[in-house]
Every structure is written in structure tokens, then in C-alpha cells.
Design a binder for this molecule. Structure first.
Ligand code: NI
Length: 190
């Protein structure tokens, strides 16, 4: 999800900015495979994903968006108040699953780094509990609320090949896909 507020960058020269795939792309529609190896390559990939997300800037990024069909996403929904130095909370969620979701729902005007500048109201459970592993393979369970809940569900969807536009009517989805096709064509032309 894109973040429209200013972000202090979490960067290091060793980190790579990964190219983000744009919709429509068949790689964004794939069911991703669980992560089975927790090694330094995974740690590096997670760092590169966080770096790429902050650079975009966005509040979440899923592995398939950078062409890796593995069940891993990163997020940081901390926002900056005008006069306050914000503190980052970079999170890496591996093999995440929802273990509980609230009956109450909330609506958020969602966007996606794979569909730049397109936003739509999406209704989702207002809070969810997720079980996931961190980069060292340790299991955690955490409850997410507000934007964190929306973001976590949006990113988890990516791992199942689902985009937020899949919740819209076919007419709206087709319209947004046509806009993206045009955007990509213009981008390719330079
Ligand atoms: Ni997205």
C-alpha cells in the first residue's frame, strides 16, 4: 500500500531497491510457496524488501510484487506527525496465517504499489490475529488493528494471488486494469 505522508528513510548502501511488478502481470496472480529455509539469503531479501518499500514509499510490500513467489511480506504502518520524529516499526512476516478475525469491519481507501495512484474503498475485518515466522524462523502471534489490520490482510492476499481490485465489481476492476495497461504502455514509451 502506498503511503502518502513523508517517511524518514530506512536505508543502507548495502540494500537493494528491487523492481516492483505492475498489474497486470501473471506473477501477481500466483499462489506463493511457504518459506522453508531461514538463512542469510532470506535475511538479505527481507532487508531489500523493506528498503524497497520505504523507498517507494509504501506501508507494505509482498514478495510476489518483486517477482518472488514466496510467502513473505513486509510492512510498517507507523506514520509521521508534522512535528514529531516518527519511529519505524519494520516488520517481516513469513508464512503468515490469520488465526482470528473480528466480526466488525472497517473501510479503508486502499492502494497498492503494483497499481500506482489508484485507490478504492475496501471493507475488511477491523482487526485480525496473525501467526507468522520472523526471519530467524521463530513463530509469533500478533493482533493487528486499524491500518495495520488492513495492510496485513492486503499483503497476505498478495501471497494468494489476490489484489485489492479483486474485491470490486468486474466493471470497476476492468476499468482499473485498462488504466494500468495504458500506464505501463506510456512508461515503456518513456
Ligand atoms: Ni498491494
Amino acid at each position: 500500500m502506498p503511503l502518502r505522508v513523508f517517511l524518514l528513510c530506512f536505508t543502507s548502501s548495502a540494500m537493494k531497491t528491487l523492481p516492483i511488478l505492475l498489474h497486470p502481470d501473471p506473477r501477481l496472480k500466483k499462489m506463493c510457496d511457504p518459506v522453508t529455509v531461514f538463512d542469510t539469503a532470506l535475511q538479505t531479501f527481507a532487508d531489500d524488501m523493506l528498503h524497497t518499500m520505504y523507498e517507494a514509499p509504501g506501508v507494505g510490500l509482498a514478495a510476489p510484487q518483486v517477482g518472488v513467489t514466496k510467502r513473505i511480506f513486509v510492512m510498517d504502518c507507523t506514520t509521521k506527525d508534522e512535528d514529531q520524529i516518527r519511529e519505524h516499526k519494520p516488520m517481516v512476516l513469513i508464512n503468515p496465517e490469520i488465526t482470528w478475525s473480528a466480526d466488525e469491519t472497517s473501510v479503508y481507501n486502499e492502494g497498492c504499489l503494483s497499481l500506482p495512484d489508484l485507490y478504492e474503498d475496501i471493507e475488511r475485518p477491523a482487526s485480525v490475529k496473525m501467526r507468522y515466522r520472523d526471519v530467524s524462523g521463530e513463530t509469533h502471534e500478533e493482533t493487528f488493528e486499524d491500518l495495520w489490520s488492513t495492510c496485513a490482510q492486503h499483503e497476505l492476499d498478495h501471497l494468494d494471488g489476490i489484489l485489492f481490485i479483486d474485491y470490486l465489481t468486474r466493471m470497476k476492476r476492468n476499468m482499473m486494469t485498462r488504466k494500468m495497461e495504458k500506464y505501463k504502455k506510456d512508461l515503456a514509451r518513456g
